[in-house]
Design a protein around this ligand. Structure first.
Ligand code: KG4
Ligand code: ZN
Length: 338
């Protein structure tokens, strides 16, 4: 019998619900973005996000069921993101998921948001061969994870300061492009030359799999400031292209270094920054050279969505990993830390 799971995701500024069958068939994937509301503030305002989730959540769940052509009774489990993320935002999704699990007497599945991002890859590739190296690059995280089987995560590298997406958002702000920065930087970078300006790449110690982007961020800000002081006109497209290249060079080098070190033949990309076409192109180019496969989700499954949550939940369901109805939000939840 097939297993239909309702996924719910409210960790940041998207209110999302999806119905996924057997971890592979997406019957619906509803994402109600609050981007326009937060744009006014140049970033996500937590209190505003929670209140908006509260208004939207029931309608989004209803829409997910309707589009899927499913009734509540046909659901076999409810999967929900319980962290990391904004506390008030997470609580809205968790409360809704608990109510449904309790009323229907079906399992509640607690999904780590980062695990969800990784599982976005298993929707179309349930046959991915282990071991895998996963690079998670989102607004809040930049991590390298070694996965030896389903549900097993070893953190082998992470950022010492800013996350990759966070730096995109920050640089977009200083270039006065708007929010969220990633897609806007990608857009103007297409008109620019990536070798126009040299920005530093932080590799840290020779064998380090950790990342640091604060030096790059400062270098870009200083470049803009100095140009302004000297009354020089800058070319934002060149700045964006050169900045983007500096971030991606390090991401590519470290991910393939991790694959070599752990003798892994498949690399999986996850998180919002993976929506970037230049990032995927750089990974594919190296993939051909190193004979290591690179897999990434379709753009809609790179940024926050609930289909990935339902998919990660499906594998937990198969393992019988049910969460208690006392489940709480864990804003600082980690993945792969022992
Ligand atoms: O995974 P995600 O949707 O939310 C978090 O879990 O954080 O990632 C959002 C991040 C933002 O920082 C956004 O600027 C970045 O992903 N992003 C991109 C692109 N699309 C989204 N960064 C670079 N290029 C893009 N096309
Ligand atoms: Zn995310």
């Amino acid at each position: 019998m097939s297993v239909a799971i309702l996924g719910i995701e409210t960790s940041c500024d998207e209110t999302a619900a999806a119905v996924v069958v057997d971890g592979v068939t997406i019957r619906s994937n509803i994402i109600s973005s609050q981007v326009e509301i937060h744009q006014k503030f140049g970033g996500v305002v937590p209190e505003v996000a929670s209140r908006k989730h509260l208004e939207l959540i029931n309608g989004v769940i209803q829409a997910a069921l309707e589009e899927a052509g499913f009734s509540f009774k046909e659901l076999r489990a409810v999967a929900v993101t319980h962290g990391p993320g904004l506390a008030g935002a997470l609580l809205v999704g968790i409360a809704a998921a608990k109510a449904i699990a309790y009323a229907l007497n079906i399992p509640l599945l607690a999904v780590n948001h980062l695990e969800g991002h990784i599982y976005a890859n298993f929707i179309s590739r349930p046959d991915l061969p282990f071991p895998l190296i996963c690079l998670i690059v989102s607004g809040g995280h930049t991590e390298l994870i070694l996965m030896e089987r389903h549900g097993s995560y070893q953190l082998i590298g992470g950022t010492l300061d800013d996350a990759a997406g966070e730096v995109f958002d920050k640089i977009a702000r200083v270039l006065k492009l708007g929010y969220p920065g990633g897609p806007l930087i990608e857009e103007i970078a297409r008109q620019g030359k990536e070798e126009a300006i040299f920005f530093p790449r932080a590799y840290l110690a020779e064998d380090s799999l950790d990342f640091s982007f604060s030096g790059l961020k400062t270098a870009v800000i200083n470049y803009l400031r100095k140009s302004q002081q000297k009354n020089e006109t800058i070319n934002p497209a060149d700045v964006a292209a050169s900045f983007q290249k500096a971030v991606f060079d390090v991401l590519v080098d470290k991910t393939f270094a991790a694959a070599a070190r752990y003798e892994v033949k498949t690399v999986v990309l996850a998180g919002g920054v993976v929506a970037n076409r230049q990032l995927k192109a750089q990974f594919l180019e190296r993939s051909n050279k190193e004979k290591v496969g690179v897999v990434y989700p379709e753009p809609v499954f790179c940024t926050d969505n609930a289909a990935m949550t339902a998919c990660a939940g499906y594998y937990k369901y198969l393992r019988g990993e049910q969460a208690p109805l006392s489940l709480n939000a864990t804003p600082g939840l980690k993945l792969g830390v022992v």
